[in-house]
Design a protein around this ligand. Structure first.
Ligand code: ZN
Length: 322
């Protein structure tokens, strides 16, 4: 039996036990109906028809089954009531996700942070947060593997994790190692997250840890310099450690970060936006304000894509020393 089936069976048996303990006291009709549904799902598991859509006979989406092991049809074959309920849930999910984001433009002691965040579908697998603590501002940009609801739930998990760990953890590498351990133990095996973590102090020193994320660029006096990646993504190995590098930024210098929704965007000719075009654009944009820079980069991407739509979640962020 594979791990997914075993997890689902255990979940179902656990739910059955809870229902059994509630049913006699409540005597409610809907509890008995739920119990029958759980039994039917356990039977489907035994006879091998579990996870197969009863309408089109194709497999039901795995993340939906994990969220609701009682599901009997694939997304495409939901009836209209179920579809409306799902749409309401997704709208709510998108609202919750927007509320978790920091303000789009913020200023701190000597620093300015500006970003844009565009989900590909309703909910995004990109993670972005700005957290103060230890006399510094922490800027985080990440990307959970996969898209949609499952990825967005892990993004919410990262928000909670770093808002708890970072304000008191003055050692960035140690905070990341701790976050990685907790994330590894709480996430399903197929998911991981790339993450760029930057801590900027009042003296202009930026400490950077890059856990497998797209390479950010240091923009200093017309020069655009890549800040190379060093560590594995979060959630790959619970025991991973994280290297940090330090850079001194002068007033006017900035760091440009993004998710692969930018670098891997494609145009109608199937060409990638890519690092070379990005660096070239950044060179021409050195004198712009952070706001103009983020908007300008989005405009350049749009000009490149022309009629092609987004194909991935997209985030762009600029950290500038004032
Ligand atoms: Zn179906």
């Amino acid at each position: 039996m594979d791990i997914l089936t075993e997890t689902l069976r255990n979940q179902l048996l656990d739910r059955k036990q809870r229902l059994n303990s509630l049913a006699p006291a409540a005597g409610a009709h809907n509890l008995l109906s739920l119990l029958r549904q759980v039994d039917a799902a356990l039977e489907r598991l035994d006879e091998g028809s579990f996870g197969i859509c009863e309408v089109c006979h194709e497999p039901i989406e795995a993340d939906r089954l994990l969220a609701n092991p009682l599901a009997r049809t694939c997304l495409g074959d939901l009836d209209s009531h179920e579809q409306q309920a799902l749409e309401r849930d997704l709208d709510l999910l998108a609202q919750v996700q927007q509320k978790l984001l920091p303000p789009r433009h913020q200023q701190f002691d000597g620093w300015e942070v500006c970003f844009d965040y565009k989900p590909f579908r309703v909910a995004s697998g990109d993670y972005c947060d700005v957290i103060t603590g230890c006399d510094a501002v922490n800027v985080l940009l990440g990307d959970v593997s996969g898209k949609g609801v499952a990825a967005s739930m892990l993004v919410a998990n990262l928000h909670g994790l770093f808002r708890t760990l970072l304000p008191d953890g003055c050692n960035l590498a140690a905070s990341l190692a701790r976050a990685n351990r907790i994330f590894s133990e709480s996430t399903i095996a197929s998911h991981y997250a790339t993450l760029l973590a930057m801590r900027a102090d009042t003296e202009g020193l930026v400490t950077i840890a890059n856990a497998g994320h797209c390479i950010p660029y240091l923009i200093a006096e017309q020069e655009v310099v890549p800040l190379s990646s060093t560590s594995l993504p979060l959630g790959v190995f619970a025991d991973a450690s994280f290297q940090v590098s330090e850079f001194q930024l002068k007033p006017g210098d900035s760091v440009f970060a993004y998710t692969d929704g930018l670098s891997e965007a494609r145009n109608t000719m199937e060409e990638e936006y890519g690092a070379a075009r990005l660096v070239e654009w950044l060179r021409t944009a050195c004198g712009l304000s952070p706001d103009q820079m983020v908007k300008g980069c989005l405009a350049d991407l749009e000009a490149f894509r022309s009629s092609t739509g987004l194909s991935d979640d997209l985030s762009i962020l600029l950290l500038k020393r004032r």
